[in-house]
Design a protein around this ligand. Structure first.
Ligand code: NAP
Length: 297
């Protein structure tokens, strides 16, 4: 492989490969968006608006929603969180979504999942106006043609952004996606196809994962099992994007890729933590900004 070994802001060199620092790249995106929001408010007379709806008291969801609220305020959006009790009916929730769909000051609507069991998640997702669907579910359902006005889901979009920060081309490259989950694997494979990569999708029934992986210029691992990709499975110079979030045997957070051995072979690699994770909320903000731009322009 033919890598240009230059280190960009947010990247550090380890062994042979360079670390793609998602935290630093996300920080850069936030700064960029802050400036953009100030300019856009002057031009269009209002700031982008993001409304997050949370139904019930799920503690993890409460944390996610709080982090989204903090991020939205940080970039200067009009941020609203609608908290609804556990016993909220589907009809009541759909009514709130309909009101937000019709509100011209709301550019992005996100219903925090999971919703309580008595509510049909698919009906809720389908109720959000496609042009305000900052989670990118609509794009996914519609075969993901990236039609103007619809954004890509946040984590898959983050993966593509991280690859692009390396300066490497995606077009014509062999990209292996490990995992075919609805939230990451499938949509990221489609995004890679949209970038004209040659895409292989591996899953739990795949035979000879190592053999396939060794031919890949790009590997995106979205499995949820520690160290499923090891250095001996990596083509020298490959770009490795690790989406997995796992607890290792030592109790520490780790990804799907064995960082120690894989970084010896990789051209570029994302760490866990500090790789894809910090980028996901940044991409939610980018999605909101893009939905706003699609609506005001
Ligand atoms: P998921 O829907 O459960 O999908 C996991 C996929 O891994 C499935 O397609 C499964 O194959 C495949 N798989 C399981 N064992 C395998 C094996 N031995 N070899 C190859 N493939 C195997 O999970 P997900 O929601 O996509 O999440 C995947 C990981 O990403 C999790 O660790 C999650 O926490 C993390 N995640 C991180 C972020 C972030 O912001 N960083 C966001 C979302 C998710 P089958 O289809 O054959 O069962």
């Amino acid at each position: 492989m033919y890598f240009r070994f230059r280190v960009k802001p947010g990247m550090t060199q380890v062994n042979m490969g360079k670390v793609i620092d998602g935290k630093a790249i996300a920080a850069g995106l936030y700064e960029e968006m802050q400036r953009e929001v100030v300019e856009l408010e002057q031009k269009y007379g209002r700031r982008p608006g993001l409304t997050v709806i949370i139904v019930g008291e799920d503690p993890a969801s409460q944390v996610y929603v709080r982090n989204k609220e903090i991020a939205a305020k940080k970039v200067g959006f009009v941020s609203e969180v609608i908290r609804m009790p556990e016993q909220t009916t589907q009809e009541e929730l759909l009514k709130v979504i309909a009101r937000l769909n019709a509100d011209p000051t709301v550019d992005g609507i996100l219903v925090q999942l999971p919703v309580p069991k008595h509510i049909d998640k698919d009906a809720v997702i389908a109720a959000v106006a496609p042009e305000k669907d900052v989670d990118g579910f609509f794009g996914m359902k519609s075969g993901f043609t990236m039609k103007q006005g619809y954004v890509a889901p946040c984590t898959p979009r983050a993966c593509i952004h991280l690859i692009k920060t390396t300066g490497e081309t995606i077009e014509g490259r062999h990209a292996l996606v490990v995992g075919r989950g609805e939230l990451v694997g499938k949509p990221v494979a489609t995004l890679l196809l949209n970038e004209n990569a040659t895409v292989t999708i591996a899953h739990s029934r795949t035979r000879n994962l190592g053999e396939i992986a060794r031919t890949a210029d790009i590997i995106i691992a979205a499995v949820g099992r520690p160290h499923i990709i090891t250095g001996d499975m990596v083509k020298p110079g490959a770009i490795l994007i690790d989406v997995g979030i796992n607890r290792g045997a030592d109790g520490k957070l780790c990804g799907d890729i064995d960082f120690a051995s894989a970084s010896e072979k990789a051209g570029w690699i994302t760490p866990v933590p500090g790789g894809v994770g910090p980028m996901t909320i940044a991409m939610l903000m980018r999605n909101t900004l893009d939905c706003y731009l699609n609506r005001v322009r």
